[in-house]
Design a protein around this ligand. Structure first.
Ligand SMILES: [Zn+2]
Length: 319
């Protein structure tokens, strides 16, 4: 077991971090009979090697930028997304009030967000959430590999700002793309996490449904992260077959074990040169589960794959 600070160095093959459950929610009511949930989605995949920059026009004109609930709901009716999966699960549920407040999506991978674009996104997200407070729970749908001019960890900074600037103390659930770069900032402030399980990605809605179920859970979770020093070629992460498929199968098996709620795998977006870069296993589990041991084992299995396929031609080559 190591301190979260060790995530900053990728000089060992597996680094494991455990985040204990946060203090119980300070609400004096049954969270399943009277609950308010806010939803927001920001999807941008950075490429720190690109000289290109993405600005607000890439969201407003080339992508999606919505701040009104009726417009967001209209969009979710026509586009499969994490947001639509969460809404599908939470809408019309007795005792649950749910409001989608912000969506920003740009085509990617792009370079970095411009400084102004990043701050416009951050200000917009915080303004929309603040305007809808108080709330018991926030579900954030992010990519997890966004970077900007002067900010290497945009997703972590947004999550941190929800705690530090909005002083939100309720439940914070995160859903991510499987190419996310898991950082200390991201995991320190959240209660539970899930991510895509398909490559190419197809399970946007299912991921949103899983995030909504985590939001509805009465359980108190711990998060365990095991990070491996590996950049895995995206051509080698097919969920149907091959090495990554076998690790996905291990993850699904772990979710059948007592106390293990979600096992998410992150073969990180490799076109990044940012701190804490690496591929990750993140387990959302109940406090007394065997999550640390399972995280270590699955990370070891995954890292051991790096030399497999030495004698095969593409795509079975070693990492
Ligand atoms: Zn992806």
């Amino acid at each position: 077991m190591v301190d979260a600070a060790d995530l900053k160095s990728a000089d060992r093959k597996v680094v494991r971090v455990r985040v204990p459950p946060r203090a119980p929610l300070k609400i004096e009511k049954d969270p399943l009979t009277d609950m308010n949930i806010l939803l927001a989605q920001f999807i941008f995949e950075g490429n720190s090697f690109s000289t290109g920059r993405a600005d607000l026009s890439d969201f407003r004109e080339g992508g999606i930028f919505l701040e009104k609930e009726n417009e967001i709901r209209l969009w979710t009716n026509s586009a499969e997304s994490q947001m639509s999966g969460s809404l599908e699960t939470l809408d019309h549920k007795e005792g649950i009030e749910v409001h989608p407040v912000f969506v920003a999506i740009a085509p990617s991978p792009s370079g970095r967000l411009t400084y102004d674009c990043y701050h416009s996104i951050k200000d917009g997200l915080l303004r929309q959430l603040k305007g809808a407070l108080p709330t018991d729970t926030i579900i954030l749908h992010l990519h997890g590999a966004a970077c900007a001019e002067e900010e290497d960890d945009v997703d972590g900074a947004l999550i941190e700002a929800i705690r530090s600037e909005l002083h939100f103390t309720g439940k914070l659930i995160l859903s991510l793309d499987l190419h996310a770069n898991i950082t200390r900032k991201m995991i320190r402030h959240i209660d539970a996490l899930t991510a895509y399980r398909t490559m190419p990605h197809m399970d946007f809605v299912q991921t949103g449904i899983r995030a909504a179920k985590l939001a509805l859970s009465k359980k108190s979770f711990t998060l365990t992260v095991a990070k491996i020093s590996a950049l895995i070629p995206p051509t080698d992460t097919d969920h149907h077959t091959g090495r990554f498929c076998s690790i996905l199968n291990e993850a699904r098996h772990l979710e059948t074990l007592p106390g293990i709620t979600d096992v998410s795998l992150f073969p990180v977006q490799p076109w990044l040169n940012v701190p804490e870069l690496g591929s990750s296993v993140v387990i959302t589990a109940e406090a007394r589960s065997e999550a640390p041991r399972h995280a270590q084992n699955i990370a070891d299995s995954w890292y051991a794959q790096r030399n497999q396929g030495k004698h095969l031609s593409f795509p079975g080559r070693p990492w």
